[in-house]
Design a binder for this molecule. Structure first.
Ligand SMILES: Cc1cc2nc3c(=O)[nH]c(=O)nc-3n(C[C@H](O)[C@H](O)[C@H](O)COP(=O)(O)O)c2cc1C
Length: 443
C-alpha cells in the first residue's frame, strides 16, 4: 500500500507513514455530495485567494465542474482597473497626492461609490460567464478595515449580494457584526453565507453574536494551521491540527443539534486526504494550494515556478503582515525586507479604524534611523497592499513544497503548469493517495 504523507510539526515536517485504519484507499471525493439548500454539489471548494490570485477564470472552472469556486473581494478597485479598464486608483491618488510625503495617513478615505462600483463590476461580470451546476462565492475579509471598517464592509457585502453572487464566505476576522450589516438586504436569507473559523470558540462566538438575526450560516469552513494566506492562529500554529479542530466542531454542532455542513481546509493535498474528511462527516473540503499552479490562477507564470521549486525549508510563517495575523509565505518573497514608501494614497486597505497601519510605523522608524538614505529596508512589517497587488508577497500553503510532485518537469528545468480542470478532477476521482500527472505538454 502507498504511504500517506502526514505533517508532523515536532518531527520537522511531512513524514511518510503507513496508512492506518481510516485511511481507506478506495474511497474518493466523487462518492460524496455537498448539499446546500436545494443544490447538490461536488464537495470541492476552491478557497478565496486575494488579491485576484483566485481569479474569475479559476472560480468559474470550479463552478463548471459542479463544485464551488471563490473570487476575492480584496482590493477590488485596483483589480477592476486592471480587468475592466476603470480608473479608480488614479482618481484616488489624484485626490490624495498632496499627502504622499506625509507620515500621517489618517486623512485617506475610500470613496464608497468606487468600492460599490468595482464590486458590482467584478461580481456581475463573473456571474454573467457562469456555466454548469456549481456555484461562485466571494471571499470577504474583515481585516481589510479601510479606515472605516463598518461602512466599507457594509458596501462590500451589499454590493456583492446585489450583483448576484451565489454566496459569501466571511474570512480573516471574527465577523461578529457582518450578518447584522447584511440583514436588510433582500438576498440575506437566500444567498449562501458561510464563515471561516479556526477554533470551536470562534464559531461559538459568531453564533452567539448572530442569534438575533435568526439566521444560521449555511456552511462553516474550518481552516487549520497549514493553510495559505493569513492564519487564525498565533505563532504557535504548529501546535494545532486540522483534524482535531474539525472533530471538535463536529461534536459541538452535534450537541447543539445543528446540521450545518463543515468544510475543513488547510493541507488537504490528495483526493484521498479529502475523501478521508468526507468519510468522517465533512460536507466538503476547501483547497487552494494545488490550484496556485493552475493556468487559470492569477499568479504570474514566473511566480508559479517559484512555488513549484520551493522546498519545505523555503516556507515560513512570519509576523510581517500589518493585520496582526501570522502569514505563511515563501522566504524569498520580494516583499521581505522591502522598504517601499507606504502606498496608502493609492490603496490603504489595511488602515485601521483610526487610519493607522503597522507598516507605516515600521517604515517611519527606519526612515528616522537612516536619515538621507535613499533605499531603506524594513524587515518586521510589509506594505501588504502594494506587494499583494503586484504579486510580490508570495503567500502560500505549507504543502507548496509538494507541488513539484503534481506535474512534469520540462526539458528546460521548469515545471509544466496544470489546468484547473486537471487538478479539480484529480481531487474528485483519485484514490489510493495517488496524484495524476498531466499529459506532458512536450508531446
Ligand atoms: C496564495 C494563497 C492566498 C490566499 N488568500 C486568502 C485570502 O485572501 N482569504 C482567505 O480567506 N484565505 C486565503 N487563502 C486560504 C485559502 O483560501 C484556503 O482556505 C487554504 O489555503 C486551503 O489550504 P491549502 O492551500 O492547503 O489547500 C489563501 C491561500 C493561498 C494558497
Amino acid at each position: 500500500m502507498l504511504p500517506v504523507l502526514r505533517y508532523r510539526a515536532g518531527a520537522g515536517g511531512f513524514m511518510e507513514e503507513a496508512p492506518q485504519s481510516g485511511d481507506d484507499m478506495t474511497i474518493k471525493v466523487d462518492d460524496f455530495r455537498l448539499k446546500l439548500g436545494q443544490h447538490e454539489l461536488v464537495p470541492i471548494m476552491i478557497g478565496g485567494m486575494g488579491v485576484d490570485i483566485s481569479t474569475a477564470d479559476l472560480a468559474l472552472e470550479a463552478a463548471r465542474l459542479g463544485g464551488v469556486g471563490h473570487i476575492s473581494d480584496a482590493m477590488l478597485p485596483t483589480v477592476s482597473d486592471r480587468r475592466y479598464d476603470t480608473g479608480f486608483v488614479k482618481e484616488k491618488l489624484q485626490q490624495y497626492k498632496y499627502n504622499i510625503e506625509s507620515s500621517d495617513k489618517t486623512s485617506i478615505k475610500f470613496d464608497l461609490g468606487h468600492i460599490a462600483e468595482s464590486t458590482r463590476l467584478h461580481v456581475s461580470k463573473t456571474m454573467e460567464r457562469k456555466r454548469g451546476s456549481g456555484m461562485v462565492f466571494i471571499n470577504i475579509m474583515e481585516k481589510l478595515t479601510m479606515n472605516a471598517p463598518r461602512d466599507t464592509l457594509r458596501v462590500r457585502l451589499h454590493e456583492a449580494l446585489s450583483a448576484g453572487i451565489d454566496g459569501i464566505t466571511l474570512a480573516a476576522g471574527l465577523h461578529l457584526g457582518s450578518f447584522t450589516l447584511m440583514e436588510d438586504h433582500p438576498r440575506f436569507r437566500d444567498a449562501k453565507l458561510g464563515i471561516i473559523v479556526s477554533s470551536v470558540r470562534a464559531l461559538q462566538l459568531f453564533l452567539r453574536k448572530n442569534t438575533k438575526t435568526n439566521r444560521l450560516p449555511d456552511f462553516i469552513v474550518v481552516e487549520g494551521p497549514l493553510a495559505g494566506g493569513h492564519l487564525g492562529f498565533g505563532m504557535d500554529w504548529a501546535q494545532y491540527d486540522l483534524r482535531t479542530i474539525t472533530n471538535e466542531i463536529h461534536a459541538f454542532l452535534k450537541a447543539e443539534n445543528l446540521g450545518i455542513p463543515v468544510i475543513p481546509a488547510g493541507g488537504i493535498f490528495t483526493g484521498s486526504d479529502a475523501a478521508g474528511y468526507l468519510q468522517e462527516g465533512a460536507g466538503a473540503v476547501q483547497v487552494a494550494t494545488r490550484f496556485t499552479v493552475a493556468k487559470e490562477c492569477g499568479l504570474p507564470p514566473e511566480v508559479q515556478q517559484e512555488y513549484f521549486k520551493a522546498s519545505e525549508d523555503d516556507i515560513e510563517v512570519n509576523g510581517t503582515s500589518p493585520t496582526g495575523y501570522p502569514m505563511r509565505m515563501l522566504k524569498n518573497s520580494p516583499s521581505t525586507g522591502s522598504g517601499i514608501r507606504p502606498g496608502c494614497e493609492s490603496y490603504g486597505y489595511l488602515l485601521d479604524a483610526n487610519g493607522r497601519c503597522d507598516y507605516i510605523d515600521a517604515y517611519n522608524r527606519e526612515i528616522a534611523a537612516h536619515p538621507g538614505e535613499k533605499k531603506i529596508a524594513v524587515y518586521d512589517k510589509t506594505c501588504l497592499c502594494t506587494h499583494m497587488r503586484n504579486f510580490k508577497c508570495w503567500t502560500c500553503g505549507q504543502t507548496t513544497s509538494r507541488l513539484k510532485d503534481t506535474t512534469n518537469k520540462l526539458a528546460d528545468g521548469s515545471y509544466q503548469l496544470l489546468s484547473a480542470e486537471h487538478v479539480f478532477k484529480d481531487y474528485q476521482f483519485s484514490t489510493g493517495n495517488k496524484i495524476a500527472l498531466p499529459e506532458s505538454s512536450a508531446n
